[in-house]
Design a binder for this molecule. Structure first.
Ligand code: HEC
Ligand code: HEC
Ligand code: HEC
Ligand code: HEC
Ligand code: HEC
Ligand code: HEC
Ligand code: HEC
Ligand code: HEC
Ligand code: HEC
Length: 454
């Protein structure tokens, strides 16, 4: 980084090199180094005469430019804030090299809208911060910007261009995410992580510790954020294995907040997946249930088992290359609830919360596909889908004993045990048998647990 700053100094501050021309290359480099070190260590530098010139007009309060769409762009820049910012030492020209003061503002062109101006001007950040720009371009926010979302953030939505202060993006008071995701921030602030962070414990995660800042992915896609949790909670699997049989399977089908956000409403989300890419499938065209507005509330409305069956048959008809599969996941029902992670002592431990006929967690079911930018859109689906024989080929892989008993599966399971035939039965039997030793003798605690709390 130091090297890059020196290069930048050389590129953008030629005016500081006066008096060194007669010296050789070596001393120029040495002088540049000194300038760089001074600039980096000195407190808020005074503004250069060129910058003062820009500010002679732009420091005027209330200065505005009317835009083509009727908005007005404030042209006021706070010089003192800029001088104290990380970019103060580079001067206005580092980002506004297109402005020629001799012709400006006479040659100023019309601007379509604030949004178009922001998206266009933010390109300049990439000239120095290539890594962050590349990461951002691969993230969900950039995908949303490309899809025309009117508020998804570009660089300057999160880093005010004339006042980027050192460390501001990492502080709880000024973390940029809270401007747009304020409800999630409020939930986070009351969580175990938020409480610790507010108390000054920086090992506790803030938004970007779990999601990243630039390369933000849709958190429910792929394997989700589990690996990020394990990055800090290295012994998490071992700590659960003590009491939770088949921990890996539970971690695959239950999101961490579904147990760790104890007051949350839980629901089953059936994600339509592209079997090849493992990404969420896009909305199927021509299916009436997916044309209307999404209904996350589900209940008894929405897609029914027979329609789902037909849909899966159609999507996977012979000749179709990328098959669509369904991944079932027990989740919390809102993004806000996902952030109310409580102390471990409050987490859901009672097996019967899920493994019981009529369990509340299985009364609400949604089906989701990728919407704009890959952000999932949830549609209602009747909860019968978890119990109907029609669902075996569709969601046979998501089968929580006790809660989602599909009667036919039970019969097949018994038949499978007796005769050893039946394709879905055989598959489930193997899984069931494989999981049995963990909750049989050797591990009496878990069985007791079940009885005690169930
Ligand atoms: C003489 C006063 C004056 C000076 C000096 C001046 N500006 Fe401006 N600037 C303006 C005015 C007036 C506008 C609005 C132009 C319009 O309405 O089209 C403007 C517009 C802008 C805009 C908005 C984009 C645009 O093209 O309309 C930027 C960015 C800008 N100035 C940057 C600078 C920078 C950087 C400097 C120094 C290099 C500078 N200005 C010097 C008066 C000035
Ligand atoms: C680190 C890069 C950077 C530096 C340094 C910088 N600007 Fe800007 N400036 C931008 C960007 C990016 C925008 C577009 C902001 C947006 O999204 O509206 C902008 C916008 C502006 C505007 C239009 C009003 C606005 O806020 O959108 C003016 C006027 C302006 N700059 C003047 C200046 C002056 C004067 C200086 C020096 C004192 C300066 N800029 C230094 C990046 C920079
Ligand atoms: C001329 C090169 C250059 C341009 C253009 C530039 N930056 Fe920087 N930026 C730097 C340098 C160098 C640093 C490191 C300064 C330091 O560590 O003191 C930095 C630091 C930062 C930081 C880190 C702040 C912190 O907490 O330490 C952020 C955020 C940032 N820039 C955002 C932006 C954004 C947004 C833009 C576009 C509006 C931009 N930069 C344009 C050179 C540039
Ligand atoms: C959604 C908000 C958001 C957007 C959009 C965003 N940043 Fe950041 N940026 C952050 C946060 C939060 C941090 C602090 C991250 C950390 O410490 O790990 C950060 C840190 C930085 C840093 C300091 C070095 C680092 O990587 O930690 C630079 C430089 C930077 N951003 C530049 C940019 C540029 C350039 C863009 C546009 C391509 C951009 N940012 C877009 C939120 C954002
Ligand atoms: C300027 C507004 C803005 C800022 C700032 C912002 N976001 Fe976003 N973000 C959005 C919008 C708009 C969406 C699209 C989904 C929506 O409407 O909630 C989105 C989507 C997301 C998603 C995907 C949502 C999903 O359902 O899968 C995540 C994760 C996310 N943002 C995290 C962050 C983080 C972390 C930060 C801070 C580093 C941040 N955002 C800052 C506007 C913003
Ligand atoms: C401890 C890790 C962690 C932290 C810290 C965190 N998140 Fe999340 N976030 C998650 C998880 C896990 C999910 C997915 C929940 C699920 O699978 O149901 C998520 C989901 C999201 C979503 C998508 C919500 C939706 O509607 O589906 C957004 C947006 C988001 N987080 C933003 C933020 C913001 C903003 C912050 C900071 C205030 C933050 N997150 C802090 C772990 C975290
Ligand atoms: C089936 C519910 C359930 C699921 C799913 C679950 N947990 Fe837990 N977790 C618990 C319970 C209950 C405890 C408290 C155990 C105890 O008190 O002995 C716990 C304890 C913890 C602890 C504290 C461990 C310690 O004692 O140091 C961490 C950290 C943790 N879980 C992280 C996670 C992560 C990360 C995930 C997702 C990969 C996850 N949990 C998934 C129920 C669950
Ligand atoms: C940046 C590191 C970091 C990340 C990422 C992280 N945590 Fe934590 N977490 C902590 C710290 C530090 C504590 C407090 C000390 C402790 O109990 O380990 C904590 C505490 C907890 C606790 C309370 C433990 C107790 O003993 O009461 C739970 C539960 C928890 N985290 C779950 C999660 C889950 C789930 C995720 C992923 C969605 C996650 N954490 C991601 C650092 C992290
Ligand atoms: C938060 C809900 C939840 C809790 C709490 C929970 N489970 Fe599960 N469990 C599930 C789900 C969902 C499956 C999923 C299975 C699938 O996809 O086949 C499962 C699977 C299992 C399986 C494997 C069945 C198979 O098909 O292979 C066993 C055994 C099991 N759980 C036992 C327990 C025990 C014992 C406890 C308490 C210590 C417990 N579970 C707590 C939701 C839960």
């Amino acid at each position: 980084m130091a090297d890059r700053e020196i290069q930048l100094m050389a590129m953008h501050r030629p005016k500081n090199q006066a008096g060194q021309r007669q010296a050789g290359l070596v001393s120029i480099v040495a002088a540049l180094l000194t300038v760089a070190i001074i600039a980096l260590t000195a407190p808020a530098s005074a503004l250069s005469p060129d910058d003062a010139k820009c500010l002679s007009c732009h420091q005027t309060a209330g200065m505005e430019k009317p835009l083509a769409n009727g908005e007005s762009l404030s042209l006021h820049i706070a010089g003192d804030k800029f001088a104290g910012s990380v970019h103060g030492m580079f001067g206005c020209a580092a980002c506004h090299s297109d402005i020629d003061v001799a012709k400006h503002p006479g040659d100023a062109k019309p601007i379509a809208s604030k949004r178009a101006f922001s998206i266009g001007r933010a390109q300049v950040c990439a000239t120095c911060h290539t890594d962050q720009a590349t990461q951002w371009s691969h993230g969900v926010h950039a995908a949303l910007v490309r899809d025309g979302n009117p508020i998804a953030p570009v660089c300057t939505s999160c880093h005010s261009p004339h006042a980027v202060m050192k460390g501001a993006a990492q502080a709880m008071e000024t973390v940029p995410c809270k401007t747009c995701h304020s409800d999630i921030f409020d939930a986070y602030a009351t969580s175990i992580h938020g409480t610790l962070r507010a108390a000054g414990i920086t090992q506790a995660p803030l938004c970007y510790s779990c999601h990243g800042a630039h390369d933000i992915k849709v958190p429910t896609a792929g394997a989700g954020l589990k690996d990020t949790c394990f990055g800090c909670h290295k012994d998490a699997v071992a700590k659960h294995q003590i009491w939770l049989p088949n921990t890996q399977l539970h971690f695959t089908v239950i999101s961490c907040p579904a147990c760790h956000s104890p007051t949350a409403h839980r629901k089953v989300d059936l994600m339509l997946r592209n079997s090849e890419t493992k990404e969420d499938a896009v909305r199927p065209i021509g299916v009436p249930e997916f044309q209307g507005s999404p209904d996350g509330a589900a209940g008894d409305k929405g897609l029914d088992p027979a329609t789902l069956f037909t849909l899966m048959q159609t999507l996977n008809r012979t000749g179709v290359k990328n098959k669509t599969s369904i991944k079932g996941m027990l989740e919390v029902s809102s993004g806000v609830e996902a952030h109310k992670i409580a102390a471990a002592s409050e987490a859901i431990k009672n097996c019967a919360t899920c493994h019981k006929a009529g369990s509340a967690a299985f009364q609400s079911v949604t089906i989701s596909v990728a919407g704009s930018g890959g952000v999932p859109v949830h549609y209602g689906i009747t909860k019968d889908v978890l119990h109907s024989a029609f669902s075996i080929p569709s969601i046979g892989g998501f089968y929580a004993m006790g809660a989602t008993r599909i009667t036919l599966l039970d019969v097949l399971l018994v038949l499978g045990l007796l005769v050893g035939i039946g394709i879905p039965a055989l598959h489930l039997t193997i899984r069931w048998l494989a999981s049995r030793p963990t909750d049989k003798p050797g591990k009496p605690d878990s069985a007791d647990q079940d009885k005690k709390e169930g």
